[in-house]
Design a protein around this ligand. Structure first.
Ligand SMILES: C[S@@+](CC[C@H](N)C(=O)[O-])C[C@H]1O[C@@H](n2cnc3c(N)ncnc32)[C@H](O)[C@@H]1O
Length: 290
């Protein structure tokens, strides 16, 4: 069965983003193309530049959305401005960032993001990149591991987990997701419904893909690419990301670059959260170029 991704806050995005029916929009996290499909359906005259650093996602989207109005680019969104300029566009009407992992990362085989799977610890969104989660887990010094699990996973047992990883890798290199999940589960036994490896896996993913640095650079680059009146919509999924978006928007407002449209972030409706539980933690912030 083909892997599909239900676009989060699809209707809210179309309303917030599409200021111009024949505009140029950048879907900087096109993934499996859920949001872009909605944009192309809503306005036939518009153009979408879809960026992703995941080759596999781009291949699927290329097959799925055949449109003369869609350009697909493999790149990091921190490089959005030069990538869009290279296609001949100096400014755009709207930019969407729907950050984080996609269903593809969690469900496809051999991507190594999920602690439920017995496969190689990978977690690279861009498979041409060198650094993998296996490298981080087996090579980082204990203190560095503990710090990143604390900082990017907000995990209170970070030191215990780092110690368990180091003592285990002294006996044998840790190579699979399920192996790492079992080491963590043994070190900090399960409390409540959430698997004890959840936060550590989040931290490793953020580290491997430099997600927070990418996000900050994308907001700055995106703000420089928007036309007057153009919109930047960012959907984030955890507090670390949302904090960056909130502060970056405030800074842009202070500099007179942005009007913040969403004083408080928009969240999915109750109905959407029931239909698509992965939307549960989503927060949408929208800024408009002055
Ligand atoms: C949540 S998914 C997007 C799903 C998409 N909106 C849809 O409806 O199908 C996030 C996508 O962003 C991509 N991504 C994450 N960080 C990126 C970055 N720094 N540069 C480019 N793409 C990135 C991931 O590979 C993934 O495909």
């Amino acid at each position: 069965m083909p892997i599909t991704h239900i676009p989060v806050m699809g209707q809210e995005i179309l309303e917030a983003l599409m200021v111009n029916s024949d505009g140029v929009y950048v879907d900087a996290t096109i993934g499996l193309g859920g949001h872009t499909e909605g944009i192309l359906q809503k306005a036939e005259g518009c153009t979408v530049i879809g960026i992703d650093r995941d080759e596999e996602a781009l291949e699927i989207t290329k097959e799925r959305l055949k449109s003369g109005h869609l350009h697909l680019v493999k790149d990091r969104f921190s490089n959005m401005k030069p990538a869009v300029n290279e296609l001949g566009y100096n400014e755009v009407d709207g930019i969407l960032l729907d950050i984080g992992v996609s269903t593809l990362h969690l469900k496809a085989d051999n991507r190594g993001f999920s602690f439920m799977k017995d496969e190689a610890l990978d977690m690279r969104m861009d498979q041409e990149q060198k650094l993998t989660a296996e490298e981080v887990v087996n090579r980082y010094p204990e203190k560095e591991l503990a710090d990143l699990v604390w900082k990017y996973g907000e995990e209170r047992f970070s030191r215990k987990i780092a110690r368990a990883i180091v003592s285990s890798r002294l006996k044998k290199r840790i190579t699979s997701c399920s192996e790492l999940a079992a080491i963590i589960e043994k070190a900090v036994w399960r409390r409540g419904k959430i698997h004890p490896a959840t936060r550590t896996f989040q931290a490793l993913r953020i580290e491997v893909n430099r997600e927070l640095e990418e996000l900050q650079a994308a907001i700055d680059g995106g703000a420089g690419l928007l036309k007057k009146g153009g919109r930047l919509c960012v959907i984030s999924y955890h507090s670390l990301e949302d904090r960056i978006v909130k502060h970056a928007f405030r800074q842009l407002a202070k500099e007179g670059v942005f009007n913040i449209i969403t004083r408080k972030p928009l969240v999915p409706s109750r109905q959407e959260r029931i239909i698509n539980p992965s939307s549960r933690s989503a927060k949408l912030r929208v800024g408009e170029k002055i």
